[in-house]
Design a protein around this ligand. Sequence first.
Ligand code: CUA
Length: 343
Amino acid sequence: MVVVGLIASVLGIALGLIIDWFPTQGSKQAEKIDTFWDVLIICSVPFFVLVTTVVLFSVKTFRMRPGEEHLDGPPIHGNTRLEVVWTAVPAIMLVALCSYAYITLHDIEKAPAASLGPERQITVNGQQFTWTFDYDEGGKKFSSAQLYVPIGRSVKFNVKTKDVLHDFWVPAWRMKIDAVPGITTDYRITPTRAGTWPVVCAELCGLGHAFMRQTAHVVPQADFDKWVTKMTTRTAAPAPAAGGGAAVDAKALFTQGETTSGATACGACHKLADAGTAGGVGPDLDQALKGKDAAFIKQSIVDPNAVIAKGFNANIMPDNYAKLLSADEIDALVKYLGEVAGK
Ligand code: CUA
């Protein structure tokens, strides 16, 4: 039994540690959490194996054989030493692991040293079924559908929701917290690896839950600064002179989305003959916008729940386009749609 238990324990621990079960380790917090996980595996596998081996061994050795139906087992009145051991050992292990868990939690939630300067704060807004990230970079405020953070700098996410429960999760960073209506929850991470990682909603929040995904970009500080400049100057772009060439290519915006802020392309969900898009998530714009005036088209973009087309549901189209697109971009889209929809 001891030999079987030993072999099974070694195999179990090896399986737990050698196979790379987790996504890429992308933050300081992830390193601590993964180490914690490894320690848990090493401590718990031998006990699981021990219990299972004893159970299987007993079932085989002490099972009832034909003719023994009316026999009683031997009268056992307990074994104090054995009971003390099997109570004390798990108790000590539990207290030790809980203490280690507490220390790890304390470490990953700790604010960075004040000498590193103020910590970046990003407000994360969940809503059915999209994310919006609000930035305040040196007093310049803007919103983005995609998350950008510089590598190596601690960032605190203040997580909110406009409707139901969501859960803000970037698996590569490991940290994860519910977005709860009415309150602001938070966590912080320090990204250690550049790249693009999926942002996932980890709380069942309705029909579009599985599609409530975005991208987190971890970039060098210089690239982050460039992106901030792009985001802050984008909304301040001067309106094109009347009669001059349009500064915004509305058709490209419709089919490709706003790449700087990450706003999803209209064409991903809507059919529009002129743009050659075939999406069926939202209404066919050639029908829905036929003969409508500019005010209606604009309302449909910035306040999509105001009028719901027949056969479609409210809250499917994100209502964050007014935040993600500049005024010029919205005007250009309205003008474009007014010209081509239903033509
Ligand atoms: Cu939001 Cu699931």
